[in-house]
Design a protein around this ligand. Structure first.
Ligand code: AMP
Length: 437
């Protein structure tokens, strides 16, 4: 299931191979035949093909005037029998007790129901323990946060002068990394603070005056704090770039480079990314020292998610949703809408219909979004209605269903959306509303 591959120029890399399997050259989505649902003979094709079809169809719909709804082949949203057996079961070479972690850390991990290391953890933790720079090609949901936090917490317990800077693309991801840190470091006198944009900088400046072993933040705010002299980089000796490809996508390249230029070269640098673009590779070459690259095969979201469509008539769309939500199995549901205002409206309508719903979208402040997310995470709200942008990077365990109430704009958005369910070892279901023909 996993391979280690070195995508860096030979001179800069040290390859690492435990499986001896052929290096993975590219990521591909699974190819699975349509399952006879009456929505044409389309296949859940290779990623590029599906994606392009989706876009082209959308463009056609646009140029045709009328309602700007993407047209599509609904078979793309159907996979009633995800076939787990297609994927080899990964057999980890280590147990959590093999990593030299403090017994209380191991307890904290297993206490969360995590019994054995995920592939990225299994392969990356020993390398980080050895002090190596590591490029981890793994996506969200692979357990990569624990893969870097556990060995870094161990390192910090050995030498409390260690300071780790973790850069994440979004505020939500930063807060989630901080929350995971807190779970793993209970009872140790280790301190962390988050410095994210979109919230007041004052409390962050105050927090930075205290001892911090882990500083977690978004590149813009972190650079701001460095430039103001509030974040002193000379004490930082570990840097983690989490979801680096997304940070680059979001235009943080200059901030990331400036931050890395500011931190001592005598550091350990860990770079996590789902994909390795040319820009990402340049960063690795410029800022890492003989990195070891570990790639875990992309977990195909469709392997753990049952996907189906929900045909609806326009006038009955909301009632169709209510009928779905009345099912007992709909324990924790994320509903995607296309517009900020329609997301807010839908959430209000659900509340009026007696369903505890919260919403997150760009018209809400960071604090409001966090409150909604917390209500959803704690189970106070069974439903979270979200836009694509607001939902990026949010991690909520045990989401039973994702409902695409409005169609996503692109196939990538679809994959991001449905990836909110079926995380870790859990199964999930994705339902996409499609107008009846
Ligand atoms: P990530 O976003 O990649 O850090 O993945 C986080 C999700 O993976 C959370 O739902 C964790 O509870 C889950 N997770 C982390 N490590 C493991 C593991 N070894 N086995 C199963 N699930 C895990």
């Amino acid at each position: 299931m996993t391979t280690q591959t070195s995508r860096l120029p030979q001179s800069r890399r040290r390859s690492y191979s435990s499986s001896g399997t052929k290096p993975e050259q590219s990521f591909s989505r699974n190819r699975r035949p349509n399952n006879g649902t009456g929505f044409g003979s389309g296949r859940f094709g290779g990623h590029k093909r599906s994606h392009n079809n989706f876009r082209n169809n959308r463009n056609r719909a646009r140029s045709g005037g009328g309602r700007k709804q993407p047209t599509f082949d609904p078979s793309q949203f159907i996979n009633k029998n995800p076939i787990e057996t297609k994927e080899e079961v990964y057999v980890p070479k280590h147990r959590f007790t093999d990593f030299g972690l403090h017994p209380r850390i191991v307890e904290a991990v297993t206490g969360q129901g995590i019994s054995s290391p995920s592939p990225i953890q299994d392969q990356v933790i020993p390398l980080i323990n050895d002090g190596k720079d590591v490029v981890g090609l793994a996506e969200t949901g692979s357990g990569k946060t624990a893969a870097f936090l556990l060995p870094l917490i161990k390192k910090t317990l050995t030498n409390k002068n260690q300071v780790t800077l973790i850069l994440t693309p979004t505020r939500e991801l930063a807060l989630q990394a901080e929350a995971e840190f807190r779970k793993f470091s209970v009872g140790f006198k280790l301190y962390a603070t988050s410095c994210v944009g979109g919230t007041s900088i004052r409390p962050q400046i105050r927090a930075l005056k205290r001892i911090n072993h882990f500083i977690i933040g978004t590149p813009g705010r972190i650079l701001d704090l460095i430039n103001r002299g509030d974040l002193r980089t000379e004490r930082i000796n570990n840097v983690v770039l989490d979801e680096a490809d997304r940070m680059l996508d979001m235009g943080f390249i200059h901030d990331m480079r400036k931050i890395l230029e500011n931190v001592t070269k005598n550091r350990q640098t860990l770079f996590f990314s789902a994909t390795m673009t040319a820009e990402a590779e340049r960063m690795v070459n410029d800022f890492m020292r003989s990195p070891v690259t570990v790639s875990v095969k992309k977990k195909d979201v469709t392997d753990s998610i049952t996907q189906d469509v929900v045909p609806y008539e326009h006038v009955h769309k909301f009632d169709t949703l209510l009928a779905l939500l009345s099912k007992e199995e709909m324990r924790r549901v994320i509903i995607f809408g296309s517009m900020k205002h329609s997301v807010e409206k839908l959430s209000n309508e659900l509340c009026r219909s007696g369903i505890k719903a919260e919403s997150i979208h760009g018209n809400k402040s960071h604090g409001q979004r966090q409150r909604s997310l917390n209500a959803f995470k704690s189970g106070n709200a069974r439903v979270l209605v979200a836009t694509d942008v607001a939902a990026r990077g949010i991690h909520v365990d045990n989401v039973s269903h994702v409902i695409n109430y409005d169609l996503p704009n692109t196939f990538e958005d679809y994959v991001h959306r449905i990836g909110r369910t079926g995380r870790g070892v859990h199964k999930g279901q994705a339902l996409t509303f499609v107008p009846k023909r």
